[in-house]
Design a binder for this molecule. Structure first.
Ligand SMILES: Cc1cc2nc3c(=O)[nH]c(=O)nc-3n(C[C@H](O)[C@H](O)[C@H](O)COP(=O)(O)OP(=O)(O)OC[C@H]3O[C@@H](n4cnc5c(N)ncnc54)[C@H](O)[C@@H]3O)c2cc1C
Ligand code: SF4
Ligand code: SF4
Ligand code: SF4
Length: 397
């Protein structure tokens, strides 16, 4: 039988499932809801293609040379529709203009996240915005290979382990493939997220009709999870109702591989790396611009990545010190620490008998003191973002 990554190291990237020519690998969910491959011995012919494609078993060669410089970036067209500065949208637009295909994470069936490919000419807006859970790549690696074989440009975006999985699956390099990896804090499972939504809807009736979700405040630069009904945003989540994001921030509900991630560091797997440029201007060289609408951090890791950055139009791009980028973005160079209560917390989120309030009482994830309540009130009324924006404007004068 082929030897794949051990369950604690497996990232769920699905390179093995995409490559098996005998349909012998099923991507299933483990007891905690994380995507895992299972080999069907009845179908497997032991060709070992899956073993060769597994980036955990064989992926050392995938990393680009260590990056030396960082860029502050925003796209003037899409800055207010993206998570930070719209770096993804600017690069996706470059691909669209060349009739290429863009692959990324989208919402599917309301509260599930999976990768899809957006064909030439169509709007890729549904790929914008961070979804803070593991996107199921399904068979998109194989679909991307088909498009490359047709001679099309392909942009594939994802977590570093997904980009490593894609490149390992493809085996050879393609001139028209561009990859973007995001700096990655870690990923919870789709199942845990949908169990959280079930609890939210039953414990907070004002959200019972929600059929969508937005993690980021796209008007300003911040994280303000907000359920949606159709295209309308509901009241942003605060207090215990926002327990999923509190657990995400603490790194307490991630898949096991995230706590010893093989793909962080300054040698990246993507042609370009994007993230939030948290703390820009706070260390070293001042940054005299309005940051309230978000600033992306962009790292250029390969020759094709550099060519694209140099050809982007209508974008703000400023070279910054790499150390400034690392200072407030721990996950650029290191994994998240695993809290000792992680296993119990995941089981509690997945247990339909346990309420969000019970979870918070037991694990104390969300402060309920005066300071927390005031901040929550300011966020839910929108005042927080207005004040933040004014402070940022004053700072930039
Ligand atoms: C799970 C997760 C953890 C992250 N951790 C950090 C962090 O620690 N530090 C940091 O600075 N930034 C982190 N980010 C990245 C950050 O949230 C922004 O996505 C990034 O700054 C890009 O912003 P943008 O405005 O250019 O892109 P946007 O227009 O917002 O586009 C987002 C891009 O990310 C992709 N994407 C969205 N959700 C997922 C997902 N679940 N899986 C794979 N790809 C996805 C989309 O396909 C799209 O290409 C994380 C993102 C995710 C999804
Ligand atoms: S060894 Fe070959 S047939 Fe067996 S699971 Fe792997 S790829 Fe499929
Ligand atoms: S290829 Fe990806 S999903 Fe398959 S075993 Fe390796 S890490 Fe896990
Ligand atoms: S932290 Fe590492 S292993 Fe986890 S999703 Fe991100 S890139 Fe993959």
């Amino acid at each position: 039988m082929p030897i794949l990554a051990k369950p604690q190291n497996c990232t769920g990237c699905a390179a093995c499932g995409n490559i098996c020519p005998h349909d012998a690998i099923m991507m299933t969910q483990d007891n905690d809801g994380f995507i895992m491959p299972v080999i069907n011995p009845g179908k497997c012919v032991e060709c070992k293609l899956c073993e060769k494609a597994c980036p955990i078993v064989n992926g050392k060669y995938l990393k680009n040379p260590e990056v030396k410089e960082a860029y502050a970036f925003w796209d003037n067209n899409t800055r207010t529709e993206s998570s930070s500065g719209g770096a993804f949208s600017a690069i996706a637009d470059w691909i669209r203009k060349r009739d290429g295909v863009v692959f990324g994470a989208a919402w599917h069936d309301s509260f599930q996240c999976c990768h899809i490919g957006i064909e030439e000419g169509k709007d890729f807006a549904m790929l914008r915005g961070s979804k803070y859970l593991q996107s199921d790549v399904r068979k998109t690696f194989a679909e991307a290979r088909e498009k490359l074989k047709e001679g099309k440009y392909v942009l594939f975006t994802g977590t570093p382990c997904q980009i490593a999985g894609l490149r390992s699956f493809l085996i050879k390099s393609y001139e028209k493939l561009i990859t973007i990896d995001i700096v990655c804090h870690g990923v919870p499972s789709n199942i845990l997220f949908s169990n959280y939504i079930k609890k939210l809807k039953s414990e907070y009736p004002q959200y019972s009709s929600a059929d969508g979700f937005e993690f980021r405040n796209l008007r300003g630069w911040g994280i303000a999870p907000t359920p949606k009904k159709g295209n309308c945003r509901m009241k942003p989540l605060t207090g215990v109702a926002n327990l999923y994001m509190a657990a995400f921030d603490k790194g307490a509900i991630f898949r096991e591989s995230c706590y010893d991630c093989q793909f962080n560091g300054l040698s990246r797997v993507g042609d370009i790396t994007i993230a939030d440029f948290w703390g820009i201007g706070a260390f070293g060289k001042p940054f005299k611009h309005d940051v309230s609408k978000g600033v992306s951090l962009v790292l250029v890791n390969s020759k094709s990545g550099r060519e694209i950055l140099e050809n982007l139009k209508n974008c703000f791009i400023e070279k910054r010190e790499l150390q400034e980028a690392v200072k407030r973005n721990h996950n650029l160079v290191a994994s998240t620490d695993k809290p000792p209560y992680r296993n119990e917390l995941i089981k509690s989120f997945n247990n339909p008998e346990i309420t969000l309030r019970d979870i918070n009482t037991r694990f104390n994830l969300k402060g309920t003191g005066m300071k927390d309540n005031v901040k929550d009130l300011l966020i839910s009324t929108g005042v927080f973002w207005i004040v933040k924006s004014i402070v940022n404007k004053l700072r930039s004068i």
